[in-house]
Design a protein around this ligand. Structure first.
Ligand code: MTE
Length: 417
C-alpha cells in the first residue's frame, strides 16, 4: 500500500496556485454579502428569552454524536461517538460527548441519590448529594477514552471516519471531591494491597475493582463537568473520574464503594476489558490508556474542500501516563516526520490539540500522527502493536492511524502494510 501510494504521489496533481487565501477583491464580481444590506442587519434578532438554555445554531446541526447501527444489537447496551472531526481546541461539550452504557442511561434525582462506602472501613457511611458538596473539592481537566476506542480497527481499516475510529473519547473539566477524602471520612483501611469495588446505580452496575493506590492518587467523585451538572448520560448526579485509565472504570451514577482485600474479578474485568493475546491467554488489569494521537482534520468526514494552498492539519493527542510532550506528523505514511505545533502545553492526562500548517499543492498524502508522552513512550505503528499483542484484541488499540488524501482532497481510512 505504501509503495503503491508513493508511486502515485510522484505522478500527483499539478503545482499549487500560489497559496493565496482569496483572489484580489477587484478581480471578483461585486459580492452582495459585502455590497447589499442583508435581512439580519435590517431586522431585529431573537429576544434574550428565546433560548434560556441554548443549543448550537441550526447550521451546526450535523455536529452530533452518531452511532454505528450494526455494531450492537440495540441502543441500550451500546455506544455512540464524539464528532471529533468537527471540534477544535480540547474541551468536549457534554452535548456531543460519546456515551457508553450497558443498561441504558438512568434518570436519578439528586434527592434520591445515595453513596454507600462500606467493607473494610471503621464507619460505613451513606452520603447524600448534599453531603458530597460539603467536602473540599477540586477541578481538573481529564480525557476519558473507552478501552474499545479504535477496537474495530484491529483487523485492518474498517470505519471511514475519525468520529467512528477514535470518537469514544471526551475531555472535560471535572469538579468533584478527591476519592481519598471520602475514604478517610469512612475510616477506610487504606493499606496498599486493598482494593475498592465500585458500583453504579444502573441495572448493569458496571462493577469494577480499583487498586487502592490509584484511588488515593487522583480519582475524583465528580458532580460537575465543564462547569455545569453532569448530563444524565454521563452519570448525573455523580460519577467516578479515574484519570488516564480506561473509561469502563469511570463508574457512572456512582452508588457504592466497598473496600475489599482482593479484587472481585467481576464480569467487566474478566470476560470483558481483558486483552486476548496471540497464545490464547488474556492480559488483565490493562487499565492505563497508552499515548495516542490522531489527525481529526483532514479526515474522511472532513475532506479538503478549499483547494490548493494553505492547509491546517489538526488533531488530538493524549496519554494516560501524563503529559503529551511532542506530536510528530507525517505526510508520506511514516517515511519522514515533522514536529507539530501544540495548541498549548500538554497537561496531565488531558487531551492536547496539535496543528501542522502546510502548503498543499494537490499531492496525494498518507497522513499520520504519533504521540510522545512525558515518560518518553512513543506511540507504536499498528504492525508494532500486533507483533506484541497478536490480532485477537479489541481493547487498547493505540496504533498509528493513516488517512489517504487524494489529489481532490477526498480522505479515506487506509492501513499501511
Ligand atoms: N458506569 C455505569 N454505571 N454503567 C455503565 O454502563 N459504562 C462504562 C463507564 N461507566 C458504564 C459506566 C464505560 S464502558 C465507559 S467507556 C464510560 O462509562 C463511558 O462514559 P460516558 O458515557 O460518559 O462517555
Amino acid at each position: 500500500m505504501a509503495g503503491l501510494t508513493r508511486r502515485r504521489m510522484l505522478g500527483g496533481a499539478a503545482a499549487a496556485t500560489g497559496g493565496l487565501l482569496s483572489s484580489k477583491a477587484e478581480a471578483r464580481s461585486p459580492d452582495p454579502l459585502i455590497t447589499e444590506l442583508q435581512d439580519w442587519a435590517s431586522q431585529t434578532g431573537d429576544g434574550v428569552d428565546a433560548t434560556p438554555y441554548g443549543l448550537p445554531i441550526e447550521y451546526e446541526r450535523d455536529v452530533i454524536r452518531r452511532n454505528v447501527p450494526w455494531l450492537t444489537a440495540d441502543t441500550i447496551s451500546s455506544v455512540n461517538f464524539t464528532p471529533i472531526h468537527a471540534l477544535d481546541g480540547t474541551i468536549t461539550p457534554q452535548g456531543c460527548a460519546f456515551e457508553r452504557h450497558h443498561s441504558g442511561a438512568i434518570a436519578l434525582r439528586k434527592q434520591d441519590y445515595r453513596l454507600l462506602i462500606n467493607g473494610l472501613v471503621e464507619n460505613p457511611i451513606v452520603l447524600t448529594y448534599g453531603d458530597i458538596e460539603r467536602f473540599p473539592r477540586e477541578t481538573h481537566v481529564y480525557f476519558c477514552e473507552c478501552a474499545a476506542n479504535t477496537g474495530m480497527e484491529w483487523a485492518g481499516a474498517q470505519l471511514n471516519g475519525v468520529q467512528f475510529t477514535h470518537g469514544m473519547l471526551h475531555n472535560m473539566e471535572y469538579t468533584g471531591v478527591p476519592l481519598r477524602v471520602l475514604l478517610a471520612e469512612a475510616g477506610a483501611d487504606m493499606s496498599d494491597q486493598n482494593w475498592l469495588y465500585i458500583e453504579g446505580a444502573d441495572a448493569s452496575s458496571n462493577g469494577r475493582s480499583l487498586p487502592m493506590a490509584k484511588a488515593l492518587d487522583d480519582c475524583l467523585v465528580a458532580f460537575k463537568a465543564n462547569g455545569e451538572a453532569l448530563r444524565k448520560e454521563h452519570g448525573y448526579p455523580v460519577r467516578l473520574v479515574v484519570p488516564g485509565w480506561e473509561g469502563n472504570l469511570w463508574v457512572k451514577w456512582l452508588r457504592r464503594i466497598e473496600v475489599v482485600a482482593e479484587a472481585v474479578e467481576s464480569r467487566e474485568e474478566t470476560s470483558k476489558y481483558t486483552d486476548l493475546l496471540a497464545n490464547g491467554t488474556a492480559r488483565k488489569w490493562s487499565w492505563v490508556m497508552d499515548a495516542k494521537a490522531v489527525i481529526t482534520s483532514p479526515s474522511p468526514q472532513a475532506p479538503i474542500f478549499h483547494g490548493y494552498g494553505p492547509l491546517v492539519i489538526s488533531g488530538l493527542a493524549w496519554s494516560g501516563h501524563g503529559r503529551i510532550t511532542r506530536v510528530d506528523v507525517s505526510l508520506d505514511g511514516g517515511v519522514s516526520w515533522e514536529i507539530a505545533r501544540l495548541g498549548y502545553r500538554g497537561s496531565d492526562k488531558a487531551l492536547t490539540r496539535f496543528y501542522h500548517d502546510i502548503h498543499w499543492n494537490g499531492n496525494e498524502m498518507l497522513l499520520q500522527a504519533r504521540a510522545i508522552d512525558e515518560t518518553g513512550y512513543v506511540q507504536p505503528t499498528k504492525s508494532q502493536l500486533r507483533a506484541v499483542r497478536g490480532e485477537n484484541s479489541i481493547y487498547h488499540n493505540n496504533g498509528v492511524q493513516t488517512w489517504y488524501v487524494d489529489s481532490q482532497g477526498v480522505v479515506e481510512n487506509v492501513e499501511i502494510t
